[in-house]
Design a protein around this ligand. Sequence first.
Ligand SMILES: [Zn+2]
Length: 254
Amino acid sequence: MPNNNTASDPWAVGWTIRVLVLIACFAALTVPTDILPIISARTGEPAAPVQEGGVFTIPLTEGTPESLPTPTPATPQVTRIGVIAGHTGSDSGAICPDGLQEVDINTDVARRVVALLTAHGWEADLLEEFDSRLAGYQAQALISIHADSCTYPGKTGFKVARAESGYVDRASERLVDCVSRYYQERTGLPFDAHTITYDMTRYHAYYEIDRNTPAAIIETGFMLDDRELLTQHPDIVAQGIVDGLICFVEGDWQ
Ligand SMILES: [Zn+2]
């Protein structure tokens, strides 16, 4: 029975192989003539996946889609304030003959300040007098809260001071100005410029924090003549300090 299947015909198989070899040779010879271009995978051409021999090749240049600059989502700047409760974790501060301690007044006021700042939407760190976090501390402002002793009967008033020298003099000056004006406005206490001491202008924290953090110290009042305000109305004391901080960070509104 005659078999017409070419696969079994040696003559036909031979010619099929010859034709295939000729096609392969022709394809190889056309490469140098650029009729069939070879596309480099490391050119500086615009990056686009190219199909070569059925395989997708992604160029490894700066133009790859992966290396294109991606827009960073804008993160809202959170205002951070450091609040030192004077003498906490260290000592009692001034003590009146009846046993009233400065550290207790400072702690009460500082906690209220932190609560008010948090309610305002800011972050606030309640810090101890010699808090380890003060080293290189970074914030929009640092305020240290103290109160004056019982030593001077008849003395009333508050004071705010910054470091006597520093890298952020102008910002700290504005901080002092804001807190002074708004504290006075809120509490009605006079500014007592005559009893600003080296304890205030050479305050240790100024030399520990980051040099770009504006800082000030406030003596909120005298523990004898201003006692009623300090012990009975610490909410007003705290609000006066917070008013000043808001003035400093968000701008004056008076
Ligand atoms: Zn003190």
